[in-house]
Design a protein around this ligand. Structure first.
Ligand code: HEM
Length: 194
């Protein structure tokens, strides 16, 4: 699996390098496909904000508002967990959202959207504990993990290429849980064409 991953990464890197070369040489049409558009949006973002924070921003949003607020495990046999003994045939709930908002782990500012918390790396921000798992964990970790992150980055990059945006005065912050965590009244934005 790791080998396939490395191979895919190398291929994508090669494609990006080709695109970058075409861009530097001023070749016509270098940005006329999705990869070119993403590269252009990324460069613009770096130019304006100094670095690439899209991935970290999505991560911080997933920490505060994990769409899947918890997951469950059925225990088949008596299991020792630290100083607890969990009997067989009970259901254990892992409350993702509570761990993601835990002040002992994330600090007193746990409720704030704060990218600086990752400035020393994710391990430091999470005090080296397993405290960030929007896609679950163990062998049943979400198989859509990478595609979901890529999709979000693409959507954001494509929007940022064409629009700047701000909250509409009609936006009401109301995270609500109906099977997944979602904004109860939607996310009302005002888009400005750029
Ligand atoms: C932001 C988007 C997503 C989030 C937050 C998310 C979250 C999760 C979580 C927490 C689990 C683990 C549930 C458990 O352990 O009981 C899970 C499992 C799963 N997810 Fe996602 N998911 C997302 C997107 C996707 C996408 C795009 C796909 C499909 C392309 C997908 C397919 C699956 C499948 C099939 C499982 C079950 C895996 C298994 O049980 O072996 N998810 N997801």
């Amino acid at each position: 699996m790791k080998e396939i991953n490395n191979e895919v990464e190398a291929l994508v890197r090669e494609m990006i390098n080709e695109k970058e070369k075409a861009m530097k040489m001023g070749k016509a049409g270098w940005d006329d496909n999705l990869l070119g558009m993403l590269l252009k949006a990324n460069l613009k973002e770096i130019e304006e904000h100094g670095n690439d924070e899209a991935g970290i921003s999505i991560q911080e949003a997933l920490r505060l508002y994990p769409p899947s607020i918890m997951f469950m495990r059925l225990i088949y046999e008596e299991t020792k967990l630290a100083d607890m003994t969990l009997p067989a045939r009970i259901c254990v709930m892992v409350p993702t959202i509570f761990v993601h908002h835990d002040h002992e782990i994330w600090g007193e500012d746990a409720e704030e959207f704060k990218l600086e918390r990752y400035s020393g790396g994710v391990a430091k921000a999470t005090k080296k504990q397993l405290s960030f798992f929007p896609f679950g964990g163990d062998p049943r970790i979400c198989i859509g993990n990478n595609i979901a992150m890529m999709e979000a980055k693409m959507a954001i990059a494509l929007i940022l290429m064409n629009f700047s945006f701000e909250f509409s005065p009609s936006y009401t912050h109301a995270p609500s849980f109906i099977f997944t965590l979602r904004p109860q009244y939607g996310v009302h934005l005002v888009l400005h064409k750029i």
